[in-house]
Design a protein around this ligand. Structure first.
Ligand code: TYD
Length: 193
């Protein structure tokens, strides 16, 4: 079993790319579990509701993301390990590490509340400037504050990538097919497909 997680700032195309990788691996007769955080289960649903308001303390949100992750690991990832060749997750702990630390949570504490998580075999970081992603989506309604946040998140992700050997940084500024081909090459280099 190979466990791969996709990470990147909002709008980076993770969801598209994770599905394309699933399709590619299926064509190689591999069995795949495609999953995502926050989950579409009670804790994840609560998180989505809460993050729309500004009043919930950042630490409470970090704890909810960690709780959703424990449920994800225990009820989905671990049971899937015996059943599937590949588990692909759209976001994982590294989102918490980047986003919640930028929101002001202490990094050591974030690691502490997420301790015991399963280390992925590969972390695919889809990287580009936020402007590239916005241009591609034709977005014009994104608020400035969020753009500044995403810029900082990009830098945090890149810093994190330097400290971990299992991160593969993919240039996400190119078109969907080119990004997909790079991901396929990276996966083929690392694992027997
Ligand atoms: P999601 O619905 O997956 O949005 P997207 O499709 O844009 O990735 O995630 C919702 C938001 O939750 C997203 O902005 C990232 C944030 N998030 C955190 O802040 N911490 C976390 O640990 C996770 C998993 C997500």
């Amino acid at each position: 079993m190979v466990f791969i997680v996709f990470e990147g700032i909002d709008g980076s195309g993770k969801t598209t790319q994770v599905k394309l990788l699933e399709k590619y691996l299926s064509s190689k007769t591999k069995s795949i579990l495609l999953t995502a955080e926050p989950q579409k289960k009670p804790i994840g649903i609560l998180i989505r509701e809460i993050i729309r308001s500004n009043s919930t303390p950042k630490e409470a949100i970090a704890l909810l993301f960690a709780a959703d992750r424990i449920d994800h690991i225990k009820n989905t990832i671990i049971p899937g390990m015996d059943k599937y060749d590949f588990i692909l997750s759209d976001r994982y702990f590294y989102t918490s590490y980047v986003y919640q630390s930028l929101q002001g949570c202490d990094k050591t504490w974030l690691k502490e509340i997420n301790k015991g998580i399963i280390e992925p075999d590969m972390i695919i970081l889809i990287d580009a400037e936020i402007e590239d992603f916005l241009n591609r989506r034709g977005e014009n309604k994104v608020i400035f504050e969020n753009i500044e946040f995403q810029k900082k998140a990009r830098q945090k992700y890149l810093e994190l990538a330097k400290t971990k050997s299992n991160v593969v940084v993919i240039d996400g500024s190119r078109n969907v097919d080119e990004v997909h081909n790079s991901i396929v090459n990276a996966v083929n280099e690392r694992f027997d497909i």
